[in-house]
Write a protein that binds this ligand. Structure first.
Ligand SMILES: NC(=O)c1ccc[n+]([C@@H]2O[C@H](COP(=O)([O-])OP(=O)(O)OC[C@H]3O[C@@H](n4cnc5c(N)ncnc54)[C@H](O)[C@@H]3O)[C@@H](O)[C@H]2O)c1
Length: 378
């Protein structure tokens, strides 16, 4: 991180020309005896609310798709640290969870951090979104957290960006889909639609299916306000799949409920964003692309169940990065299923982009004196 980004009075540095008064809270007294002076500084701490996040990201869908692709490349090149997500579950609230996604990005971005994201599906009945999140960014040089961003919009945006990227990349050597079907019609489906249309997709037919008639109706109303093409609400899943050549799964299903490979006999492209809808039999009849093999084959995802069933990973064709780099080619006589686990590095990259834009515009909400105990010996 470059220090000039933090050109605020809250900056505290061991080499400052105007050090705070000795003994003042938070003041450095200079290096300890025997240690060399260092340019390391404690960054100010900022809070970036959802309205600022939205303001930065709206209308920048193409840039975010490019950023997500660049981050996948960087991750594939080994210039990231992305340990497994940690799932916090509750015996008294079995459908709920909170997931920690720690990560670190190298390259020019150089930032560490963690997304802490809750999924409480029952929220939807109360009229609020299922997922809520914060994203913490940590300074590369000191480890100090320097920002807390509203994380749900960043998370939904990077998810939709990876779906839009995959739609383009995986259909490059196949017939370009013109009939899309949304299986599960909540917030993520809305973001995926927004990112697809913002990156040049349009559809003659849009199919919609959801267990909840209210969700389907709400999504249909959204589509009517924004989309061209005929909209059909399907009460059954089979018809939705059979009538779509691009199928987007964005349900909250915990285990597979789409079992019959014959429904995919027309070889659609499937964006399996919700990861747990498809039976292993469906994956075994398809070409399978993931974003990261080790991440995706965990946590009872459909690819994980398929690995358990077969005892191997032979059903995987490759990663999105393999496809982008031309290392694998995809068949046009089988369905292609993209199952993206969604990596913490993507949240970090998008979060840092948002932070830099807000900071560059001089609009950071800095919390003065957030870090208060800075002197080791008082
Ligand atoms: N892979 C990733 O990186 C990633 C990132 C973000 C979200 N997600 C996943 O996307 C999914 C959707 O998230 P959301 O915020 O839109 O949720 P949401 O609660 O807003 O919407 C989910 C919808 O799915 C419907 N649904 C549930 N089970 C269904 C079924 N069997 N058949 C048809 N419809 C069904 C619900 O009625 C609801 O309308 C979640 O599973 C979430 O975990 C994945």
């Amino acid at each position: 991180m470059t220090l000039h980004r933090f050109d605020t009075p809250a900056m505290r540095t061991a080499t400052s020309e105007e050090p705070e008064a000795p003994g003042a809270p938070g003041a450095f007294e200079g290096p300890e005896p025997g240690t060399a002076p260092s340019p390391v500084a404690v960054p100010p701490f900022a809070v970036v609310p959802g309205a600022q996040v939205q303001q930065v990201l709206r209308g920048r869908e193409r840039q975010i798709v490019d950023l997500v692709e660049a981050t996948y490349r960087l991750h594939a090149a080994g210039d990231s640290v992305n340990p497994p997500s940690y799932f916090l579950r509750f015996p008294d609230r079995p459908t709920a969870r909170i997931i920690a996604l720690p990560a670190s990005i190298g390259g020019r971005t150089r930032v560490d951090g963690v997304k802490w994201i809750s999924s409480f599906p029952g929220n939807v009945q109360a009229g609020i979104a299922r997922a809520s999140a914060v994203l913490i960014l940590n300074d590369h040089d000191t480890g100090y957290p320097f920002a807390c961003l509203e994380g749900s919009v960043i998370s939904a945006s990077r998810t939709a960006a990876m779906a839009a990227s995959a739609a383009g990349r995986l259909s490059r050597h196949r017939r370009r889909p013109t009939r899309i079907g949304f299986f599960g019609t909540g917030l993520i489906a809305r973001y995926v639609h927004t990112y697809l249309t913002a990156t040049g997709w349009s559809f003659d037919h849009i199919g919609v299916h959801d267990l909840s008639a209210d969700s389907a109706a709400g999504f249909r109303a959204f589509l009517r306000g924004t989309a061209t093409g005929r909209i059909t609400v399907h009460t059954g899943p089979e018809q939705l799949i059979r009538s779509s050549d691009l199928v987007v799964f964005a349900t909250v299903a915990a285990r597979p409920h789409v079992m019959d490979p014959a429904w995919f006999g027309h070889n659609p492209l499937v964006l399996h964003v919700s990861l747990r809808d498809l039976a292993p039999e469906v994956l075994l009849a398809s070409a399978n692309v993931v974003d990261d093999v080790d991440h995706c084959l965990r946590a009872d995802t459909s690819p994980h169940l398929t690995e358990r069933l077969t005892g191997n990973r032979d059903f995987l064709t490759g990663t999105l990065d393999d496809v982008m780099a031309g290392r694998v080619s995809l068949p046009d006589d089988r369905p292609v299923v993209f199952s993206p686990f969604g990596l913490g590095v993507l949240d970090l990259a998008v979060g840092k982009y948002v932070y830099d834009e807000v900071a560059g515009a001089g609009r950071l909400h800095v919390v003065e004196d957030f870090f208060h105990e800075l002197r080791r010996h008082g």
